[in-house]
Design a protein around this ligand. Structure first.
Ligand code: SF4
Length: 473
C-alpha cells in the first residue's frame, strides 16, 4: 500500500520566480525554486527565452526531481526565465496543469506562472470557449493567457490592464514574452511578490528567501495592483483598477511563508514570535516544558516559552526524509502514519506537564493522534496552545483548506475540540491578538478563514463551485 501520509495542514498554494538579464537565467530560476519548495511540491517548471524562442521544461515532483540533470539547463537557453512550483488548488494535479503555461499569441509566445486563485475563471472560460478558444488545461491561470492573447490592444501593458479588468481573485504572476519579464500582483495583494537584483540581473520571487539563496538583494515588494515591466529599456511600473484596500493573507505570517522571508513589510519570524508572545499572555498555563509540533511551529513555541518563562524543549522529532508517500504495512495501526512522521522524546516528556504549541488546527485529526503518542510517552498533563484563532471558514484565494464541514472549529466550541483532542487544556490566540501583533494591520489583512469576512463577496466566490464542485463547502 503506497499511501499519502496523513497531513492536516492547509497546503501552500504555489511559488513563482522571474529572472531577467542573466546568461544562464534558467539556472538562477532553478535556485530560486529550490528555496521556494515549501510553497508547492506537486510539480515544478521553468520557461526560458533567448529572444527568439521560448524553451520549456516541466515535471511532476520536487524541484530536485524535475531538474535532475544538467542537460536540461543546456536546453533552457536564454537571458530570461520564469519558474513555478505548484500545489494544485484548482484543476487536477498532473503534468498537463504544471506551470509555467505557454500559449502562442499574435505577437509570439507568452508564458505565465501564477500564485493564487481566480474566483471567476469558470465564467470567463465559458465566454472564451463560446468565442472559439481551445483550452489545454483545467487551471484557472489559463484564462489569463487567453484574455491576453485575445486582447486587441497593441501594447502589452494595455492588454494586461484589459485582462485584469475581467479577472477577480488572488494573483501574483510572472509573465515572459521573448523579450520581456512582467510581474503582477492583484489589487488586494493577497499573495506576496518581491522584487530584487543581483548586479545587472533583475529578479522577482514569491518570497525573499529565494533572493538569499541566489545572493540577490531585496529592492521592494511589487505593490497590490501593480504591473512591473522589465525589458531592454529598463524597469517600468503601471497600476491597474480597481483601487481597493489591500487585504493581504494573514496566514502567510502564521504558517505559509518561511520565517526567514520578508513579506508584507515585515520579517515573518518577528511577526510569528509576536503571535506566540501574545498567545502566552492570553492563554497562560502552569507547566514544566514547552515544545513545538515541528517544524512550522518552532518559532511559535520559542516565543511562547520566552514569554511564559516555561523551559523550551525538543519534545518531538520529525522525520524529514519520508517524502510525500510511504509504503504502509498491510495491517497498520491508525496512528502509524503519524508515527512515521513524528516521534516523541520520552526522556523529555515523561512525568512532565507539557505545553505543545501548534500554529493552526485544520481538521484536528493529526493532532489527536499526536497527543496519544505524547500521552503514551508519559506526559502527566498535555496543554495545547495554538498561535492562530480557530479556522471556521474555507479559503477561496489560493490556500487548500478542506470543506467547511471538515474544519474542526466549524460548529464546535473550543471545549468540544479539547475533548476531541483528549487534552487537559486548549487555548487559541484571539483574532484581536493576531491583528494586534502585526503593526498597521487594521483593515489591510484578509482574515476570512477566521471571521468569514471575505474581501471578494461570496456570491462571486460561489461561481467557482461550477469548476470545482468538491472545493466549496
Ligand atoms: Fe489567507 Fe485565510 Fe484569507 Fe485565505 S481566507 S487569503 S488563508 S487569510
Amino acid at each position: 500500500m503506497n499511501i499519502e501520509l496523513l497531513d492536516d495542514k492547509p497546503h501552500e498554494n504555489c511559488a513563482v520566480i522571474g529572472v531577467y538579464n542573466h546568461q544562464d537565467a534558467a539556472r538562477i530560476a532553478y535556485q530560486g525554486l529550490f528555496a521556494l519548495q515549501h510553497r508547492g511540491q506537486e510539480s515544478s517548471g521553468i520557461v526560458s527565452s533567448d529572444g527568439h524562442f521560448l524553451y520549456k521544461h516541466l515535471g511532476i515532483g520536487l524541484v530536485s526531481d524535475v531538474f535532475s540533470n544538467v542537460e536540461i539547463f543546456k536546453r533552457l537557453k536564454g537571458h530570461l526565465a520564469i519558474g513555478h512550483n505548484r500545489y494544485s488548488t484548482t484543476g487536477a494535479s498532473g503534468v498537463t496543469n504544471a506551470q509555467p503555461l505557454v500559449v502562442n499569441s499574435k505577437d509570439g509566445p507568452l508564458a505565465i506562472a501564477h500564485n493564487g486563485n481566480l474566483i471567476n475563471s469558470y465564467q470567463i472560460r465559458q465566454e472564451l470557449e463560446a468565442a472559439g478558444a481551445l483550452f489545454q488545461t483545467t487551471t484557472d491561470t489559463e484564462v489569463i493567457l487567453h484574455l491576453l492573447a485575445h486582447s486587441k490592444a497593441t501594447h502589452i501593458i494595455d492588454r494586461l490592464k484589459q485582462s485584469f479588468e475581467k479577472v477577480k481573485g488572488a494573483f501574483s504572476l510572472v509573465i515572459a514574452t521573448r523579450h520581456k519579464l512582467i510581474a503582477v500582483r492583484d489589487p488586494y495583494g493577497f499573495r506576496p511578490l518581491a522584487f530584487g537584483r543581483r548586479g545587472d540581473t533583475w529578479l522577482v520571487a514569491s518570497e525573499t528567501c529565494a533572493f538569499d539563496l541566489i545572493g540577490a538583494e531585496f529592492i521592494r515588494e511589487i505593490n497590490p495592483g501593480e504591473i512591473l515591466l522589465i525589458d531592454e529599456s529598463g524597469v517600468s511600473s503601471a497600476s491597474f483598477e480597481p483601487r481597493v484596500t489591500p487585504r493581504k493573507c494573514i496566514f502567510e505570517f502564521i504558517y505559509f511563508s518561511r520565517p526567514d522571508s520578508y513579506i508584507f513589510g515585515h520579517m515573518v519570524d518577528k511577526i510569528r514570535r509576536k503571535f506566540s508572545r501574545r498567545l502566552a499572555l492570553e492563554q497562560p498555563v502552569d507547566a514544566d516544558i514547552v515544545f513545538a509540533v515541528p517544524d512550522s511551529s518552532n518559532t511559535a513555541a520559542l516565543g511562547y516559552a520566552n514569554t511564559s518563562g516555561i523551559r523550551f524543549e525538543i519534545g518531538l522529532i520529525r522525520n524529514h526524509y519520508i517524502g510525500r508517500t510511504f509504503i504502509l504495512p498491510e495491517q497498520s495501526e491508525r496512528d502509524f502514519r503519524v508515527r512515521v512522521k513524528f516521534n516523541p522524546v520520552q526522556g523529555v516528556i515523561q512525568d512532565r506537564r507539557v505545553v505543545m504549541v501548534e500554529d493552526s488546527i485544520v481538521r484536528g485529526t493529526t493532532l489527536k493522534q499526536l497527543t496519544k503518542l505524547i500521552r503514551r510517552a508519559g506526559a502527566r498533563e498535555i496543554h495545547v496552545r495554538v498561535s492562530s484563532p480557530p479556522i471556521r471558514y474555507p479559503c477561496y484565494y489560493g490556500m487548500d483548506f478542506p470543506t467547511q464541514q471538515e474544519l474542526i472549529a466549524y460548529n464546535h466550541t473550543v471545549e468540544d475540540v479539547r475533548k476531541f483532542l483528549e487534552v487537559d487544556s486548549l487555548g487559541y490566540l484571539s483574532l484581536e491578538g493576531l491583528l494586534a501583533s502585526v503593526p498597521d494591520s487594521e483593515k489591510s489583512f484578509c482574515c476570512a478563514c477566521f471571521d468569514g469576512d471575505y474581501p471578494i463577496p461570496p456570491e462571486r466566490v460561489r461561481e467557482k463551485s461550477k469548476l470545482m464542485p468538491n472545493f466549496i463547502a
